[in-house]
Design a binder for this molecule. Structure first.
Ligand code: MN
Length: 420
């Protein structure tokens, strides 16, 4: 564990409100036009830092890290080194970028790239993807809309961090457009299903955690050990086609209504960077089974927002939520995921489920924001939204702020193109 002191500053200029002060030091993978070979990087202010070049300058030689880690097209080899090594690595990067290292500043043209000039790639080779359903407000909203308002949560919900296995192949990096999915739906009052473009394309505001240290088949990860296995967090949009989902999901759960695309931000924010932003989670009542009990603060205060930008170029923020609202925390999710002996691997992605807060302005999906289409969102260009239209861009952002330090998550953004 390494927490960057609040007072520390970089010799790289960092504007106020930047996502990437020296207290963040996230990890990603990038390439440039002049050097298309992917390699790992961090961000400081408005710059990407080429960590492969710093490795070539022998600045990490004493940290006992294989050279392939730096020239990898994914963060998996880095994440697999385990937290002791990755924390020491991050600490060294902070030292190199701190004021007082002016010798390095003179050579910065070798390894600093303006962030807008590089291509950020999907930062991990995703092994398995699991999606939870851990926001009580979201589960309650959905239960209220589709079942019984007086009995919105299913009987298992407060006992199990409910989840399902998703699809890794369609997880894409922010900036990559998606096509509206097509499929089979059952229109209201129809007596036979129809095939065509989804008419109810939605986003889901989520956070994903990325597994660094694997576990063995047959082993169970306790809530106390869970965070040792989590490398960091990323913004995640779990795109959903509500009409396809509604028709297909009984009895086995989400399938084609979910697996056509999920958009992930290019930056993984380490748990070390998030340490100062821990908060207490909600009281869990009824009490959970012993294997789900935990001690300490396991929720994180992360401000989240969603903005829709129309084809005509106007935009509107449609949601402000917070990761701290989660009923089930990541440690409980991982303990539950492995309680039966299911093993986890480096690069596995576990998403939180839609993160809704208690107020209408904090709902994390259009399904809830427009309340099943009954409360359309008025856009600044005069159009309205019940769900996402072709040409819309959905942009998710997140940041933590405390004691004068603000760290951000970049963004998870994608434009919706017409059906292919
Ligand atoms: Mn989801």
């Amino acid at each position: 564990m390494y927490i960057v002191p609040n007072h520390l500053e970089s010799w790289v200029e960092v504007a106020e409100g930047s996502d990437f002060p020296i207290q963040n030091i996230p990890f990603g993978v990038f390439q440039t036009k002049s050097n298309p070979k992917p390699r790992i990087c961090t961000a400081i202010g408005e710059y990407v830092v080429d960590l492969a070049v710093l490795a070539d300058m022998s600045l990490f030689d004493d940290l006992d890290m294989p050279i392939e880690v730096f020239r990898s097209a994914t963060l998996n080899p880095l994440m697999a080194l385990g937290k002791t090594k990755t924390s020491a690595f991050r600490k060294r990067i902070v030292e190199l970028l701190s004021k007082g290292n002016e010798a390095l500043e003179e050579q910065s043209w070798h390894f600093l790239h303006p962030i807008e000039k590089v291509d950020m790639l999907l930062p991990v080779q995703v092994g398995d993807y699991t999606d939870f359903y851990s926001s009580m407000e979201h589960a309650r909203n959905v239960g209220t809309m589709f079942r019984d308002p007086n009995n919105a949560l299913l009987p298992n919900w407060k006992h199990i961090p409910v989840g399902y296995h998703g699809r890794a192949s369609s997880i894409i990096v922010s900036g990559q457009d998606i096509h509206r999915p097509k499929g089979q739906t059952m229109p209201l009052d129809a007596d036979a299903p129809v095939y065509g473009p989804s008419a109810r394309l939605d986003f889901e505001l989520e956070m994903a955690f990325i597994v660094g240290t694997p576990s063995e088949l047959g082993d169970t990860v306790s809530t106390g050990a869970a965070e040792d296995h989590i490398f960091g967090l990323s913004l995640f949009n779990d795109w959903s086609a509500r009409d396809i989902q509604k028709w297909e999901y009984v009895p086995l759960g989400p399938f084609l209504g979910k697996n056509f695309a999920s958009t992930m931000a290019p930056w993984i924010i380490t748990l070390d960077a998030l340490e100062p932003f821990r908060v207490q989670g909600p009281v869990q009542d009824p009490p959970v089974l012993p294997y789900l009990e935990y001690t300490g603060q396991k929720n994180y205060d992360i401000h989240l927002s969603v903005e829709i930008e129309t084809e005509s170029g106007v935009s509107k923020e449609v949601c402000q939520s917070n990761f701290k609202y989660m009923y089930w925390n990541m440690a409980q999710q991982l303990a539950h995921h492995t309680v039966n002996g299911c093993n986890i691997n480096t690069g596995d992605v576990c998403a939180s489920g839609t993160i809704s807060g208690p107020e209408p302005g904090s709902f994390g999906s259009m399904l809830e924001i427009a309340w099943k289409g009954t409360k359309p969102v008025e856009m600044p260009d005069g159009s309205s939204r019940k769900f996402i239209h072709d040409g819309d861009t959905v942009r998710m952002k997140g940041y933590c702020e405390k004691d004068g330090v603000r760290i951000g998550f970049g963004e998870a953004t994608a434009k919706v193109l017409p059906v292919k």
